[in-house]
Structure formats: C-alpha cells, structure tokens
Ligand binder design. Structure first.
Ligand code: BG6
Length: 508
C-alpha cells in the first residue's frame, strides 16, 4: 500500500506553521517610531518563534549616517525594549548576521544603487534567492519618489520564480482622489498582487475572531440582522494624546486616521455575508459588498460629531490641550474625536444604524464592537419588575481585555420576579494559555509568505474614502471641532447624536 501521508515539506499541509521563505525585508523609515516600537520587534518575535527562514535579512534604509555597528545597536535596543518574546542570544545571532544598513535620502539615486548592490549581496551571501519586500513606513508624500527610484534601479523586477513586493502603511491618501493617484503611482511599479496595504487592525486576533464567532457557530447568525439587532456601536478610544506625532496628525485628524481604515474594516467584518472561503478574493468580495452598500444619513449635522481635546487633568496628571501640543498651531481645526453614523442598505441591515466613534484623550483605551439587540416585544412581567434591564448586547472586546461579553437579563435572587442585567464573559486570557501574537507579527509573516486575505484591496480603500469624503467636506464648511474634557467620552454633540434617536453610547 502506498503511504498517502503528506510529507513534511508539503506546502498545503495546514498542520505546519507557515514559515517565511528565504528573503529580505527592506524597511524604509527604519528610524521612525513605528519601526522602532512595532516592526523591528515583530520581526524579532517571528524569528524567535522560528517563523523566519534562517536566511532572512533585514535592510534598514534611512537618512542617518550610521555604520553597520550603529544599525546593529539600534535594532538590538529596539528588540530588547519592545519585543513580546524574551531575548534569546541564538535568535539574535541569526538575525543580526542578516542586518544591513543603507544610508541615504528617499530621493537619492545613489542610495538606491547602494540598495540594489546590498540586495544582490544578500542573494549571494545569505541565499535570499531574489525575494525582497519593500516596506514603506514613511510619510505618503514620499511614496511616489520611492516607487520611481525602485523602478529606475530595477528593484521592483523579479527574476525567475523570485518575488518583489511592496508593503505600505496608511494613510492611503487623504481623500478618494488622492487615494486613486497614490494607487496609480504604486500600480505603475508593482502589480496589485504584490501590493500589501497594512491595516494593522486586521492582524489582531480578536478582529479575526469576529469571523470565527460569526461563521463557526450556529447561534449568532440567525439573530444577526435587522429583525433582532437594534443598532451597532463600534468604538476605538484612546486615553493618550497625540504625543510626538503632530507632524503626521495635524491636518489628518481622527476620521482619516482611524474611521477610514480600522473602523470601516471592523464594520465590514461585522456586517458582511459569509465568504465562500477565506481566500483574499472571497473575503474582499464580501467586505466590498458591505462598503458599497454604505449610506450616510442626509442630516450630517445631527448624525456626526467631532471634537478636539482641551487641557486639564486626566488620571491625576495634568495634560495639555491639543492646540498646546508641540508642533500644533493654536488655531488648528484638526479633530481628535470623530463619530459618524452609517446605514448598510441591504435586506439584512435595513434600518439598523452603525455608529462609529474614535478619539484621543478619552476615558480609557478600548476597542470594541457592540451589537445591541432590540428589546423583547413582550415580557410577562410588570415594568417595575424588570428593574435595571437594558437590551441584550454582544460585545466583541478587541482590546485591551480581549474576549467577548454577552449582556442578558437574569432573575435577581429573592421572592419577587425581578430581572437585572448580568454578563457572560469569554476572555482570551482565561481560555487560552498562549499569548496572542502582535498584529504586526501576523501581517509581516503574511506579506512575506504572500498571503493576502488580511490586506485590504485598493477597491476597499476607495469605497471607504467615498463614504468619508462627504463627511469631511461637510466638516470643512462647519464650525470648528467642539472642545471636550480629557478623560471624558467626547464632545456633547456626540451624545446628542445618539440621544436624538433615543439611544446612548456605551461606557466601555
Ligand atoms: C494607528 C493610528 O493606526 O492606530 C494611531 O494612526 C493610533 O493614531 C493607533 O494610536 C492605535 O493602534 P492600537 O493597535 O494601539 O489600537
């Protein structure tokens, strides 16, 4: 009898961890905050988990005049400070042998020649096999120049079975038009299948759990529609201010920074139909259908809100107003809080508003999707006996306390039929012993293995801008953002926008 078992090297064997092939990652903007705090540590964590081929090499590209040793020190200190997994000398030895640094400005043709030589050297000395990914963690105004230079040097051209990919960080433009222009520039140099747009929320375990929860169980889907759902609230709040990111944030604001990407992606996953499978094409097709079906209410004054944090006290600490932050002009109209309402015009969701909000310097750091169910049409108790019951709510706790909560009414112990809200909790921390990997670990590994389901397609990016653009234009013509107290839950207009519908925001 022939042995039908798969061999250890069968790439379709899903029992095996996916390991990135021999390749390099060229990181533009390596000295930036994101690279130092998230990307470099994620690369180390992947190496530590045995998920990178030993030939993996990391090339830093930046303006600094660093020696190889300076770069080594930089990477090591970032790893020691921010990596999720412990420092391991063996991993470090393997990783540091593949570190290279190219010094130059993003528009300097000479620096790209040096980069091409470095990449070639890696192919020979480390066996990276012509596989190279270019990660742009830089202001988007530089994307066109970098793409052009990569093309001039031939760095975008793959040979034989090797690959060349580009990984780009948001913002993908600042409105629909600029997003299209950007995409055209990138598209001239890399085929769509080699473009990986990072929305790091899609790399979070709890975000992927939305799919698991909805489609691996039988009990939620029958209720997941306008017959039972009253409305949905998606919140991403942060207690921090903008810190040192004035250069990026001013003029961008909360809606472009978070709603256009993270929150609309969360909405799409919450509202979409079941995909045929988890291939990029199937997933994107379902998300796109939702994004295409989005509609803003007519009255944008009443159904949106924006605010800017004031100075004051937060958590026992004195904090500055947004317009007093370093690098922010005193008359800046950039919003640090944004809330919008959208409808999904499909049979499943007709009449169910989706309320999205995000902001800095709010009550606490939390991201959650709350599906609020309708009240029971009839209950056989007196109203008074219902005590404090509210509506059933299913909350997907994206972070920080990852898990799910179901709020239901239950009988209060005693001789009367009194009902009160209780919660049923699932917590990742209790249910699983393994720590969740960081979103960037998952996404970098996916990009290096060429797995695209967790990367939004350009069509999704454009559909998201198409829904946000009218809100942004409306705000430009309106009065400046309303001030709100640090540590609060945003400006009064945000509360009014839900109160007008007889609803209230959850206090997470
Ligand atoms: C980024 C935004 O995309 O997400 C930041 O640009 C925000 O403004 C950050 O602080 C939050 O990410 P996380 O993973 O900490 O929720």
């Amino acid at each position: 009898m022939t042995d039908q078992r798969v061999t250890l090297h069968d790439p379709d064997d899903r029992r095996l961890p996916r390991i990135a092939p021999a390749c390099s990652l060229v990181l533009f903007g390596i000295t930036g905050d994101l690279a130092r705090k998230k990307l470099v540590p994620a690369i180390y964590d992947l190496a530590n988990r045995g998920l990178l081929n030993p030939a993996f090499s990391l090339v830093g590209f930046a303006r600094r005049d660093w020696s190889a040793q300076d770069f080594d020190d930089f990477v090591r200190s970032s790893v020691e400070k921010y990596a999720r997994t412990g420092f391991n000398e063996r991993t470090w030895k393997q990783l540091s042998a593949g570190l290279r640094f190219v010094s130059g400005t993003f528009d300097d043709p000479g620096a790209y020649k040096a980069l091409a030589a470095t990449v070639e050297e890696l192919d020979h000395s480390r066996g990276t096999g012509g596989n190279h990914a270019f990660y742009l963690s830089i202001p988007p105004s530089w994307f066109p120049v970098v793409c052009e230079r990569l093309a001039e040097t031939g760095l975008n051209r793959r040979q034989g079975g090797a690959w060349r990919r580009i990984i780009i960080e948001k913002p993908f433009g600042s409105d629909l038009e600029s997003a299209r222009e950007l995409s055209e520039v990138v598209g001239r140099v890399f085929d769509e299948e080699n473009v990986f747009r990072i929305d790091h929320y899609l790399g979070k375990e709890t975000v992927q759990n939305v799919l698991a929860m909805r489609f691996a169980n039988t009990m939620f889907e029958p209720l997941w529609n306008a017959n039972y759902v009253d409305h949905v609230q998606i919140t991403m709040s942060e207690s921090i201010g903008i810190g040192t990111r004035a250069g990026y944030y001013d003029g961008i604001g909360a809606a472009r920074d978070v709603i256009q990407n993270h929150l609309l992606q969360l909405l799409a996953l919450t509202a979409m139909e079941e995909p045929l499978d988890l291939s990029p094409a199937s997933l994107r097709a379902e998300k796109e259908k939702v994004l295409k079906a989005l509609r803003l209410p007519d009255d944008l004054d009443a159904t949106t809100a924006r605010g800017q944090y004031e100075g004051g006290w937060q958590g026992g600490e004195r904090v500055r107003a947004f317009h007093d932050e370093d690098g922010i002009p005193a008359d800046s109209h950039t919003e640090t809080f944004a809330a919008i309402t959208v409808h999904v015009d499909t049979r499943r969701w007709a009449g169910v508003p989706f309320h999205l909000r995000t902001g800095k310097r709010l009550g606490k750091r939390v991201t959650e999707i709350a599906v609020v169910f309708k009240r029971a049409a009839h209950v056989p108790f007196e109203n008074t006996e219902l005590g404090e019951t509210g509506q059933n709510v299913l909350v997907v706790r994206v972070q920080p306390d990852e898990g799910m909560t179901l709020k239901v009414g239950a009988k209060v112990p005693g001789t009367e039929m009194q009902v009160r809200d209780v919660t049923m909790d699932f917590s990742y921390g209790h249910a699983f012993t393994e720590d969740s990997p960081e979103a960037y670990e998952r996404l970098i590994l996916d990009a290096l293995t060429g797995s695209a389901p967790l990367f939004p397609h350009q069509r999704e990016v454009e559909l998201s801008w198409a829904i946000l653009d009218p809100v942004l234009r409306h705000w430009e013509r309106s009065s400046p953002p309303e001030p709100y107290r640090p540590g609060s839950w945003g400006p009064e207009s945000a509360h009014r926008m839900l109160a007008a519908e007889g609803r209230t925001w959850r206090i997470p």
